[in-house]
Design a protein around this ligand. Structure first.
Ligand code: ZN
Length: 409
């Protein structure tokens, strides 16, 4: 009896400690168009403070250069890679016109509402299209996904924000967006928030690499400081765990810094600052991509993509345990040479191949288990000579995560 009692006590205490685990709230910030070299040469005390808690890494955008997933280093294209964890060959947003997004690749906002409708979502943004077109709020194709809290669209208000040549009005809108975000974080404490700031890119286009651009980065750092204060306020008062990921959507051209869109190293070169704990060796030692932030946020919010969806997500989490990343494949005469980076040497990896791409139209693909290999091998040859196709979607499945790479002939 005594034993039973103590077991019950332990169970009760376990329950209490579980119940008291602070809830994780996630914010991601896109500060537009700041290449890694530009950021690194400016003093940014607020970003540094967050990086000291979590970490800083150089990162990249642009998909696989010269490959099937090469992705223009253009703003909305980059935002959608972050939102969906996929490159442009999947999400289909090729420019800022956002003509025909493929909503079959869900944004994190859609995952949140589909799996945990109780999660409160928010957007604080200097560009309305982020909510109405990329997230696709209220559209039939997104199953009418809702963003609970929105402070955006100010750029359409030319009375309060007359459009000036110096683009100062964008700075003023960024400031208002931050003010609203700070108020709302303190009051509403959304579980998932997106803060979007535009001024840096506008100044980059106007002045290129310049004192003005450097100054715009300092302004962003100050704005991040305000967000941090709001997070700290909630954390102290309500015992919540606030996680923030700050990044940019593309770098700038090598010559003047006025342009972007191409595949030069500097245009592809970005960065991630986060206060997240449990950053893994993929974040610490490799160069993560913009697509790797969404899987980390999914983990923090305890959202799990369905199997078919997980097979399509191009990013891998930068937090927590990881099995495999960096898959790459080449094809020659019926054989696929597949390579990857292993993070758990002796784990088994299952390699699947599909020769269809029905997912892109919202339908199912059939995957065939080709091989089970030791992860530490880092490479394998797959014989697909009896599966002639113009596309091979290859999935590597480990204990902690899956990743994929394609062959398009
Ligand atoms: Zn941009």
């Amino acid at each position: 009896m005594k034993k039973t009692f103590s077991t019950l006590t332990i169970l009760f205490l376990a329950f209490i400690s579980f119940a008291q685990q602070p809830k994780t709230k996630v914010i991601f910030v896109i500060a537009d168009g700041i290449s890694a070299d530009a950021l690194e040469k400016i003093e940014t005390p607020h970003l540094d403070e967050l990086a000291a808690i979590g970490g800083y890494s150089r990162a990249y955008v642009g998909g696989k250069k010269g490959g099937y997933s090469e992705t223009p280093t253009i703003s909305a294209v980059g935002y959608n890679s972050l939102l969906t964890g996929t490159w442009v060959n999947k999400h289909n947003v090729f420019g800022n016109g956002i003509k025909d997004p493929n909503y079959n690749y869900w944004t994190i906002f859609r995952f949140a509402k589909a799996q945990k409708p109780e999660l409160k979502t928010a957007i604080y943004s200097t560009w309305l299209d982020n909510r109405t077109k990329l997230i696709g709020e209220g559209l039939e194709q997104t199953n009418h996904v809702k963003v609970d809290i929105a402070y955006d669209g100010y750029e359409l208000d030319t009375v309060q924000f007359p459009h000036d040549k110096e683009r100062l009005f964008i700075h003023h809108i960024d400031e208002l967006v931050i003010e609203k975000a700070v108020e709302s974080i303190k009051k509403d404490a959304p579980d998932l928030s997106w803060v979007y700031l535009e001024y840096t890119d506008d100044i980059g286009h106007k002045f290129g690499d310049s004192e003005q651009f450097d100054n715009a980065i300092r302004i962003v750092d100050n704005q991040i400081g305000k967000l941090k204060e709001a997070m700290d306020y909630r954390a102290a008062k309500f015992q919540e765990n606030w996680e923030i990921y700050i990044t940019t959507d593309h770098g700038r051209d090598e010559k003047t810094g006025k342009h972007h869109g191409g595949q030069s190293d500097r245009e592809r070169s970005t960065w991630i600052v986060t206060n997240a704990q449990k950053l893994n060796s993929y974040f610490e030692k490799e160069t993560p991509g913009i697509v790797d932030i969404m899987p980390a946020m999914m983990r923090s919010l305890k959202l799990n993509p369905g199997k078919d969806q997980a097979y399509e997500i191009d990013g891998v989490s930068i937090t927590g345990p990881l099995s495999v990343a960096g898959a790459d494949a080449t094809y020659e005469e019926g054989k696929i040479d597949l390579r990857w980076k292993s993070f758990q040497k002796n784990e088994q990896l299952k390699i699947y191949v599909s020769t269809t791409n029905n997912f892109t139209k919202g339908n199912k693909d059939t995957y065939e288990l080709m091989k089970t290999v030791r992860s530490g091998d880092g490479k394998v040859i797959l014989d697909v000579s009896k599966m002639p196709s113009e596309i091979y979607k290859i999935v590597l499945e480990g204990k902690h995560n899956v990743t994929n790479t394609w062959i398009k002939l």
